[in-house]
Design a protein around this ligand. Structure first.
Ligand code: PRT
Ligand code: MG
Length: 208
């Protein structure tokens, strides 16, 4: 049995066609069904539906053999403990700094609100900018509006969320997409099954 960890939101939606090409279609829809383990049209494959940020943890500990996770999440988790063999090119967005549209260019010592603490720390250090990072779990856009931070580090897709809150994107930190990650022991123990799944995904991606 192969267990694949996926989050319920946009990654799930965009992964479905890719999984379907490999003959993997969930029997239940996680939007309407509360099951956390989904059987699929393949007897040898099941999905576990978890929070996006938990995917690397499940795969690292072997609770799932494979997982699909955003590069943003993998960077924060630290990915040394996982194999990351494939860029699936789904759920694409940009990790950016953003500030109030009237705020001056970033300089001096700044405060940054984000849920990407490690990534933000690394980024500002690489720029030689002294940044105090404030960890938030959501609604980052609010921080500059209420004086909690000078800027934020967050994911941007259309830019509508920033705009709706009077913010604007500033610097691109990294282009983000979702990656297939594999448990290191499973890669050895279930090599044949995993290698054939990888080959199938690669083929589908190449045809896109
Ligand atoms: O529970 P949680 O919401 O954390 O995750 P989830 O279980 O719903 O996971 P899921 O499947 O939604 O996956 C989240 C992953 O999708 C992230 O880790 C990214 O890799 C990827 N992704 C791609 C995004 C976005 N695009 C995105 N736009 N994740 C979040 N957003 C948010 C962003 O944080 C901001 O609030 O959308 C808003 C910005 O969007 P625009 O279009 O207004 O710019
Ligand atoms: Mg979500």
């Amino acid at each position: 049995m192969l267990t694949i960890a996926v989050s319920k939101g946009r990654i799930y939606e965009e992964a479905l066609p890719l999984l379907a090409e490999a003959g993997i279609t969930p029997v239940d829809d996680p939007k309407t069904c509360r099951k956390l383990i989904l059987q699929t049209t393949r007897d040898d494959v099941q999905l576990v539906i978890i929070r996006a940020t938990d995917v690397p943890t499940f795969v690292e500990y072997g609770a799932a053999d494979l997982g699909i996770a955003g590069k943003d999440v993998l960077l924060e988790h630290g990915a040394e403990s996982l194999y990351e063999p494939l860029d699936l090119n789904i759920a694409c967005c940009r990790l950016m700094t953003a500030a109030h549209k009237d705020a001056p260019e970033i300089s001096g010592r700044i405060r940054v609100a984000t849920k990407y603490v490690k990534t933000a720390q690394r980024y500002f250090a690489s720029k030689g900018i002294q940044a105090e990072i404030i960890k938030l779990y959501g609604s980052m856009e609010l921080a500059p509006l209420v004086g909690l931070a000078d800027c934020i580090v967050d994911l941007v897709d259309t830019g509508n969320t920033l705009k709706a809150n009077g913010l604007e994107p500033r610097d691109l930190i990294m282009n983000i997409s979702s990656r297939l990650v594999v448990n290191k022991a499973a890669m050895k123990m279930k090599h044949e099954a995993i290698a054939s799944l990888l080959a199938q995904f690669e083929q589908t991606l190449a045809q896109r």
